[in-house]
Design a protein around this ligand. Sequence first.
Ligand SMILES: Cc1cc2nc3c(=O)[nH]c(=O)nc-3n(C[C@H](O)[C@H](O)[C@H](O)COP(=O)(O)OP(=O)(O)OC[C@H]3O[C@@H](n4cnc5c(N)ncnc54)[C@H](O)[C@@H]3O)c2cc1C
Length: 313
Amino acid sequence: MTQILVFSEQDSVAFELLSKARELGAASVAVMGASVGAKASDYFAFGGQKVFVGEDARLADFHADMYADALAQIADASGAQTVLIGSTKRGKELAGRVAQRLNCGAVTDAIGLELAAGKPPLQAQRYALGGNTVATDVITSARQVIAVMPRTFEASRTGGTGETVRIELKLREPRVKIVERKQKAAAVANIESALTLVVVGRGFSKQQDLALANELAKALQAEVGCTRTIAADLHWLGEERMVGISGKKCKPRLMLSIGVSGQIQHTVGILGSKVIVAINKDKAAPIFKIADYGIVGDLYQVVPKLIERIGKR
Ligand SMILES: Cc1cc2nc3c(=O)[nH]c(=O)nc-3n(C[C@H](O)[C@H](O)[C@H](O)COP(=O)(O)OP(=O)(O)OC[C@H]3O[C@@H](n4cnc5c(N)ncnc54)[C@H](O)[C@@H]3O)c2cc1C
């Protein structure tokens, strides 16, 4: 049976990975930080057979180098063949470094995992060619590091118990010193867990016009997400709101897509949505191919009418 070690600095992502790992082999989890003892029982509930705890005051802050040293030591101690990491910003920083320490290959942004014919090594699926196809990657080294996109798997509880193993870490002093911390100006949006999402695209001609989308979102108690053009090119909204292959994967019950063309790199982030409503003035826009309901029209006329109707209800 293949031995799989899971780590994510986000508990919810670690629970998702554990839930999948226990289907594929013997799943254990690495928990690291300055003080982490109380968490172990949470991981047993999601199928972790062993929880490897690495506590060290130097892990209070996330330094990719330190965490990579610590995770590689835990991977060695656990005897894991595969290390699964959440493909978050930090997870992606970590994956390559851990692989270098374990002298093995790494894959990031995986969207699926499987054992071909029930045998190791684990194979990882990921988008390739700008999101136009899905490639299956096989790491041929003895061990593998695979970083999996958050929300790829459902977290499910088994309610089990397990063993806690403390690992004595041998860490160097951090090479980076934190000299100042600044609070982010805006509240951080959580579009991944939004039940209703209003997604805006380049169909909006000015940044101020996004007030329309905000008003609609308020009426629907929705979060606002956006395309890469709006976040990364125009900087009208923060990148934490970006949906797609380079952004977040969202699974709302209702998604309103406004002035979005619907290129594949964007739509891979919304395929899990239950109902998609698209508003676009071009009836040939690709977004209509995946929309459940489509409104062909100018958003500047359609959205105010929607707000008015919803307000009346
Ligand atoms: C490697 C790679 C990764 C990428 N990753 C991502 C990603 O993660 N997320 C992402 O979103 N994109 C990503 N992209 C970019 C993606 O390919 C598209 O370019 C982008 O999604 C387009 O954004 P958009 O729909 O806002 O703009 P456009 O493509 O310019 O579309 C604007 C749409 O608005 C419509 N419109 C215009 N005016 C109005 C109006 N008044 N009323 C109604 N409709 C109107 C137009 O008909 C058009 O369909 C990536 C690209 C690459 C190459």
